[in-house]
Design a protein around this ligand. Structure first.
Ligand code: HEM
Length: 159
């Protein structure tokens, strides 16, 4: 069971770095970038910061999934996917899937080019859309964290 506890510690440390970073980008960095006057400053600052964070997020999402699936394996709790009271297990998996898809597939293949094109044409509108999407992901992640902490300590909202 020691390895299970280590996996839990690793899981949470990775999540703190990952979702904490998403919170920082959403509540501090994007608002600061939106206030910048020149389009060039806006675009290059955002690209530099988000580019560095994307690498951190790629690593931490991977560690989160490895430790999470390891815990499910040790607990032999795969059947939780079939029980709605464990909605927070579905939520964790969904949040991980969304970020993995964005970081590993959509960003390099589509989103990067799309950002460059639209940020050049209409930076204000582009940053408003990006900001809103970050808020959606942050709120979804926070609800998941609340459900997971409560649920894994025996408090189920829907029994
Ligand atoms: C593939 C993705 C994931 C899997 C398979 C997974 C699996 C697990 C498992 C098995 C547990 C322990 C449950 C228990 O003790 O009953 C857990 C705990 C937890 N997970 Fe995940 N997880 C994943 C992703 C995430 C994500 C994306 C988040 C955050 C947004 C998250 C946040 C948490 C939290 C906060 C706990 C509770 C820890 C505690 O209170 O001690 N997990 N996860």
């Amino acid at each position: 069971m020691e390895s299970y506890t280590i996996a839990r510690v690793v899981h949470i440390v990775a999540i703190v770095l990952w979702i904490g970073g998403v919170a920082m980008v959403t509540t501090v960095i994007i608002p600061a970038v939106k206030k910048m006057k020149s389009k060039e400053d806006k675009n290059t600052t955002f690209e530099k910061i988000e580019g560095r964070f994307a690498l951190q997020a790629k690593i931490t999402t991977l560690i989160t999934a490895l430790s999470g699936f390891y815990m499910l394996y040790v607990l032999d709790a795969w059947d939780r996917y079939l029980d709605s009271k464990y909605w927070w297990i579905h939520a964790m998996t969904l949040v991980w899937l969304i970020f993995t898809l964005i970081l590993y597939v959509l960003e390099p293949l589509v989103l990067h080019k799309l950002f460059k094109r639209y940020a050049e044409k209409n930076p204000n509108k582009t940053f408003n859309i990006i900001h809103r999407l970050h808020w959606v992901l942050l709120i979804l992640s926070m609800l998941t964290i609340m459900g997971a902490v409560a649920g894994s300590h025996g408090l189920f909202f829907f029994d």
